[in-house]
Design a protein around this ligand. Sequence first.
Ligand code: 4AD
Ligand code: MG
Length: 457
Amino acid sequence: MRVNSLLNATAPVQEVEVSGWVRTKRDAKDFSFIELNDGSCLANIQVIADANLENSETLRHIGTGAAVKVRGDLVESPGQGQRWELRATALEVIGAAPEDYPLQKKRHSDEFLRSIAHLRPRTNKYGALFRLRSQLAHAIHTFLQTRGFNWIHTPIITGADCEGAGELFKVTALDLDNVPQQAGKTDFSRDFFGKEANLTVSGQLEVEAYCLSLGRVYTFGPTFRAENSNTSRHAAEFWMIEPEMAFADLNDNMDLSEAMIRYLVNFVREECRADLNLFCRFVDKALPATLDNIADNDFVRLPYTEAVEILQQAGCNFEFPPAWGKDLQSEHERFLTEQHFKRPVIVYDYPKDIKAFYMRGNDDGRTVAAMDVLAPAIGEIIGGSQREERYDYLEQRLRELGFDPADYWWYLDLRKYGSAPHSGFGLGFERLLMLLTGVSNIRDVIPFPRTPGNLEF
Ligand code: 4AD
Ligand code: MG
């Protein structure tokens, strides 16, 4: 049985078997007390092993970190702190752990635990984090599927640069020590696909094709960006959820993004209590208030132009002075969410020159129907837009930006045959986890983080 079901028992149980890893062992005169954790929940089960057990010799070999199998009876615990304990009748060491096991009973720093990323899920904090991550992924699927969204598995390898930012990891099967050349450049016609390929930065372009046929779709998968920004909020490989709705404008998009985040906040508060509680106690004391604030208040919706005005009148000494036409910096995002409005803010209608080519042009000719959802402490958690559905406008925009429309022929086709207004966004899964747990470094919410210079595991 798993420890979580044992601990939820309503009556004593005879003859049960559990397997897990030893957190601690304490020896008294006639008994040993073993705290066993099998990863099914935060709590350990306390095992009482009689020194006269048949194989009591085994007991001596059981140290912190060992994998063991215990058979015994679940009985009410006379001790403090737990309702049930397991009176062992037999013990078996499945895998011993020598004394240099790195996770001895003391608190380790996040930095140290990153250096043993293969073992950190055996700690309370990372066990809780990755159970929560899994449940949250499930909740995201539930939220979208119950609203009629279909999960589309968009490709990881693409020939397009969706965001136009050029921060791409190239994919090649060429022999890098002997690259074929043509007129002084790499000859990709001799590469695997006969053209340049890269890891996707977003599944959006492909998912739009399915949006304009199934109506409501989403992607949920890994994306890759070779941005060399070594911040606590950027990873080179991260997961993104990208819903896309047909016959929907920017307002519908804002409604969906807000409903989704509030649903997920309520989900963790209700369904992940024990694990969430760890973060409230040991990681971020302000977390309960942060989550209540998100769940209980409507998000502010603010045009970019007004956001810049507020920032300019703030009387703050920003490192980057806010100005119309410039991107909002994280200090600006934090000012808006943490000091000015004290809640999440959706900024919309950004200058077209700082946003991607596919965003729908507004009538003013200088802004696009873009939106970013900003959250306290995190900053941008969602980026999205209404998409340009007008063939001529899109083709013109591609030309303005120096792209060759021929490279986007199929994307343009979607505007030629049965085009329709449609909108979508990308929710950064790791940023969401940071928001919901108070963990302040993205490296600590993804199992094996990929950041510049780091590829150990
Ligand atoms: O704002 P972004 O770049 O939007 C897109 O990629 C659109 N194609 C999405 C869409 O409309 N379908 O990225 C979306 C979100 C960001 O708001 C952020 O939460 C997250 O993805 N993100 C990152 N998370 C971790 N590390 C990085 N390097 C990230 N870059 C973006
Ligand atoms: Mg963005």
